[in-house]
Design a protein around this ligand. Structure first.
Ligand code: ATP
Length: 340
């Protein structure tokens, strides 16, 4: 059986707590994985390393895959975001975040089934900011034809492979005519050129958000530039039970980093109460990705086993506090392991 070595970044805040819980579930499920752990974020600074050490990036380049907990970047000058740096350095241009209703988790809507695809390297997160004159600062929104076209192409290909029916681009091209204008123009061109069988829609983001919270079933795959994707991911998390249940993958041409949508949650860090499910679901995405890209059927079987086990745990009312239950991080992991 092939063993896949994964670069592991436990991260900050609740990161190490949820990472250990996820590793326990993966091990109990017999996932053919081994770990090569590296620091980033505050954990790296505490060891007198850069916020994103070169050795951490090299490990991901070497293994091709990483599982990552949330990293904190100190606020203020001198530090650029670990997540933004990592996505840019490795050209992980596509963030994919499936948002689906879970059994046993009561929310306003049933049967939510959305996929968010976020452009991960451009937009306002290009990090180009400067002081024009004292008292006036500026942040640059960058969109390139190459960047907009490649994410549009990726999204349509993803939708086709997953038998999705429709892509909606959220934008504000009525105001940002050049940048968002380019984003929707590239998406429309990709649709017309190669993917006419997928329905294509555009929605101005403010109206789109209103429609999302009124009736998410109107949407299928959402395609957004960087900042909009960040904000709308949390909004969509709210439709299905919160940040504890939304996983994610950051994917490039030859590397992928799997991480939950949530941050380091400093308000609950160190208490052992965080929900490890979002990172566990990200690990399941990673197993499926390995099955797709390396043809390892055992990874697919493990992914299915783990998904069935956490679905069953939730159905049985085994939930962490964020979902209205009473379990802590480790007892939830144990409940999943019991059902493998
Ligand atoms: P970032 O800017 O890195 O996204 P943030 O502080 O804005 O970080 P989060 O760290 O994601 O956002 O936390 C937002 C809220 O969601 C907090 O109240 C946090 O406790 C809660 N939360 C996030 N992740 C989890 C989790 N896995 N389990 C339980 N609660 C969580």
């Amino acid at each position: 059986m092939t063993n896949h070595t994964i670069a592991l970044i436990a991260g900050d805040g609740i990161g190490p707590e949820v990472t250990v819980a996820v590793q326990q579930v993966l091990e109990a499920a017999g996932a053919p994985l081994s770990w090569d752990e590296h620091p980033a974020g505050l954990a790296a600074l505490e060891r007198d390393l850069d916020v994103l050490p070169e050795s951490t990036v090299e490990a991901i380049l070497h293994h091709g895959l990483a599982l990552k907990g949330p990293c904190t970047t100190p606020v203020g000058e001198g530090f650029s975001s670990v997540n933004v740096q990592l996505r840019k350095q490795l050209e992980l241009y596509a963030a994919v975040r499936p948002v689906r209703s879970l059994p046993g988790v009561d929310t306003r809507f049933e049967d939510v089934d959305l996929v968010i695809i976020r452009e991960n390297t451009e937009g306002l997160y290009s990090g180009v900011e400067n002081e024009v004159t004292p008292g006036v600062v500026m942040s640059m929104k960058v969109a390139s034809e190459r960047g907009c076209r490649r994410i549009a192409h990726w999204a349509f290909r993803y939708a086709t492979q997953r038998r999705r029916k429709k892509i909606t681009v959220f934008h504000k091209a009525n105001i940002m005519k050049l940048t968002d204008g380019l984003f929707i123009r590239m998406a429309a061109e990709e649709h017309e050129r190669e993917y006419p069988n997928i329905e294509y829609q555009e929605a101005i983001i403010d109206a789109g958000c209103m429609r999302l919270v009124q009736d998410p079933s109107q949407f299928d795959v959402l395609l957004l530039e960087n900042l909009y994707g960040d904000v709308v991911s949390d909004l969509c998390a709210g439709l299905v039970g919160g940040l504890g249940v939304v996983p994610g993958a950051n994917i490039g041409e030859s590397h992928a980093v799997f991480e939950a949508v949530h941050g380091s949650a400093p308000d609950i860090a160190g208490q052992g109460v965080a929900n490890p499910l979002a990172l566990l679901m990200s690990a399941v995405m990673m197993l499926n990705y390995i099955a797709d890209t390396r043809g390892d059927k055992e990874c697919r079987r493990c992914a299915e086993r783990i998904r069935d086990a956490y679905d069953q745990a939730l159905k049985d009312g085994q939930k962490t506090r964020d979902l209205g239950g009473e379990l802590d991080t480790n007892t939830f992991a144990a409940a999943v392991i019991e059902r493998l």
